[in-house]
Design a protein around this ligand. Structure first.
Ligand SMILES: [Zn+2]
Length: 241
């Protein structure tokens, strides 16, 4: 689904729960190469390939893959995509060791895996990926005529959001969520540091935004700035309670 000039949202269904969509973002840039933001669960190459095909591209046309963070549903098919495309991988330096497999994914503690054997099964299918370019808050990318990395920790320590300055598109990863076009705060159950996550939301609200893409919940395009302000108020109120 094209949401702005050169920006496509690629909804990919979760294999176990097809009603739940993961919203990858494709940034088409004929001059500087195409970029995919996040890479679904393990074994989702076929679904991602089909979504790219709908946007008129193939896996081989990807020049870079940005991971917003280390979670399983964001890096899952990264290794397979890199193998097929030779794309360079970008992620925040704080999350890179988890993505590269030198540290166990932060939220997947032995206790959690004990309780949720289905997650353990998925984790067993996860392949590590090397991060070619570690990025930080404020890193500028030669993508879509001006793109900024914004560190938005809280959900994970190295969580980033991506701001495309020209089309005013904000790709939030899991720093924000959405439901039916309505913007919502981070998923509290999956966000270990809500204080920091709330500060990250405030930081995002300083941007001038026309379109917000949430990995869980999809596109928010109605009064995006106003909705961001509302979520800042709601998130800080929830923390005060
Ligand atoms: Zn997620």
């Amino acid at each position: 689904m094209k949401v702005a000039n050169g920006v496509h949202v690629l909804p990919v269904p979760r294999p176990q729960d097809p009603d739940s969509l993961l919203n990858l973002t494709l940034i088409v840039d004929e001059e500087n190469g195409n970029t995919l933001v996040d890479a679904g669960l393990p074994d989702q190459m076929e679904a991602i390939g089909a979504a790219l095909d709908e946007a008129g591209l193939g896996v081989g046309d990807l020049r870079r893959i940005i991971f917003t963070h280390q979670d399983l549903d964001h890096v899952g098919s990264g290794a397979a995509l890199v193998r097929q495309s030779g794309a360079r991988v970008l992620a925040h330096s704080e999350d890179a060791p988890y993505i590269e497999g030198s540290l166990r994914p932060l939220k997947l503690t032995p206790e959690m895996l004990e309780q949720r054997p289905q997650v353990r099964k998925v984790l067993e299918r996860l392949e590590p990926v090397s991060v070619d370019e570690p990025v930080e808050d404020g890193t500028r990318l030669d993508v879509a005529d001006g793109t900024q990395v914004i560190a938005t920790p809280g959900h994970t320590p190295g969580h980033i959001s991506i701001y495309l300055e020209r089309p005013k598109v904000l790709i939030t990863g899991d720093a924000l969520t959405a439901e039916g076009g309505s913007l919502k705060g981070p998923n509290q159950a999956m966000t270990p540091d809500m204080q920091t996550a709330a500060q990250s939301v405030r930081k995002l609200a300083d941007l001038d935004v026309d379109i917000i893409v949430c990995y869980h919940g999809g596109v928010v395009d109605e009064d995006a700035n106003g909705q961001l302000q509302r979520v800042v108020r709601e998130t800080s109120r929830d923390l005060d309670e």
